[in-house]
Design a protein around this ligand. Structure first.
Ligand code: NAD
Ligand code: TYD
Length: 350
């Protein structure tokens, strides 16, 4: 594939930063452009180790700004796009759905339009790869898995906005023959995740002896994948996945929220030299999330069978690595939890 100039959007965020690192280090012949607005969730600290690389350029900008996006594509004529930029937190989407509509839907359509225009002369060797979530499929009961063919049934403003963006990407493939790929991944965990999401929020609170807020009864189930394994799956799909296809990505690793928090408490007690059982005493059941999806579970057999991808880490190993990273990077955690984070936290958990 002659994909020399690759635009990765949202590269300063959690998953984007791991993907940028992987591409910059593994593909010295590519030039990686990282387009990011640097919202509260975007942090250039995440990329300190590669920011000076010859094959890397950071561009600050907003995908909602149509003229800016058009100008950027006209200037650089990217060969491929891997699109991750998004508002990504369900609780924030419940508080402010409109922001999700703009970034996740309008932003995606702006990128599609710009790619369509700049590539119009020749779509060969071009790829628009859209990174999405398993939440578009809705909520499962006890049985069954999300397949690539499962009908969309989004239940939160976040998942509705991601589902809409997926539909636009497929519509551009059908209508304009834009060369696209889509992947839908389960919950990620690992270093650099903003501490509004379950695991880093709990790690931060355990460290500070704060209450550990479990929504509802804690029986909701999520399917967890280490973030670097998601980045590797994107790499495999980008290079070897079929055009026009969707790939589900997941670790066959389901946990009830209450069980995963108990396991985390155990690991943290050991790392912090506390007696086992100490941290779990702070578990506090709080009001449930509105419209809280019960269970997500991905069937990842397609990517495993077709592309030979599989998770490289067992969950317990990934969790240890994650906890170690947060304990070794106190400055990172302190920087992102000052200011606006405190305001959000007080509103969400008061
Ligand atoms: P994140 O919130 O950590 O990062 C999002 C990044 O997008 C940030 O760097 C932010 O600054 C940037 N951004 C936001 N609005 C922007 C705009 N208008 N213009 C330019 N940049 C903007 O998110 P994440 O967890 O890394 O998720 C990345 C992608 O992967 C998202 O599309 C998300 O839907 C998808 N996804 C996430 C998970 C997960 O568990 N986190 C699972 C499956 C899929
Ligand atoms: P989250 O990390 O927000 O991811 P998502 O909602 O996209 O799956 O939440 C993961 C699960 O943890 C979800 O079922 C909600 C629950 N949760 C809590 O119980 N307490 C919390 O403080 C948070 C942030 C999440």
């Amino acid at each position: 594939m002659a994909a020399n100039k690759i635009l990765i959007t949202g590269g300063a965020g959690f998953i984007g930063s791991h993907l940028i690192r992987l591409f910059v280090n593994n593909y010295p012949d590519y030039h990686i452009y990282n387009l990011d607005k640097l919202t509260y969730a975007g942090n250039l600290e995440n990329l300190k180790d590669i920011e000076g690389a010859d094959n890397y350029t950071f561009i600050k900008g907003d995908i909602v700004d149509e003229q800016f996006v058009k100008g950027l594509f006209a200037e650089h004529a990217f060969d491929s796009v891997i699109h991750l930029a998004a508002e990504s937190h369900v609780d924030r989407s419940i508080k402010n759905p409109t922001e999700f509509l703009f970034t996740n839907i309008v932003g995606t359509v702006n990128l599609l339009n710009a790619a369509k225009e700049v590539w119009a002369a020749d779509f060969s060797d071009k790829v628009f790869y859209h990174v999405s979530t398993d939440e578009v499929y809705g909520s499962l009961d006890d049985g069954g898995y999300f397949l690539e063919t499962t009908a969309y049934d989004p239940q939160s403003p976040y998942s509705a906005s991601k589902a809409s963006s997926d539909h636009f990407v497929r519509a551009y493939s059908n209508t304009y023959k834009l060369p696209i790929k889509i992947s839908n991944c389960s919950n990620n965990y690992g270093p650099n995740q903003f501490p509004e999401k379950l695991l880093p929020l709990m790690i931060n609170n355990i460290k500070q002896n704060k209450p550990l807020p479990i929504y509802g009864k804690g029986e909701n189930i999520r399917d967890w994948l280490y973030v670097v394994d998601h980045a590797k799956a994107i790499d495999a799909i980008f290079h070897h996945g079929k055009l026009g296809e969707t790939y589900n990505i997941g670790g066959f690793n389901e946990w009830k929220n209450i069980d995963i928090v108990h396991l985390l408490c155990k690991v943290m007690d050991r790392k912090l030299g506390r007696e086992e059982g100490t941290s779990a005493q702070s578990i506090t059941y709080v009001q449930d999330r509105a419209g809280h999806d019960m269970r997500y579970a991905i069937d990842a057999k397609k990517i495993m069978n077709e592309l030979g991808w599989e998770p490289s880490l067992q969950f317990e190993e990934g969790l240890e690595k994650t906890v170690d990273w947060y304990l070794e990077n106190e400055d990172w955690l302190e920087n992102v939890t000052s200011g606006n984070y405190q305001k959000y936290y007080n509103e969400q958990y008061s």
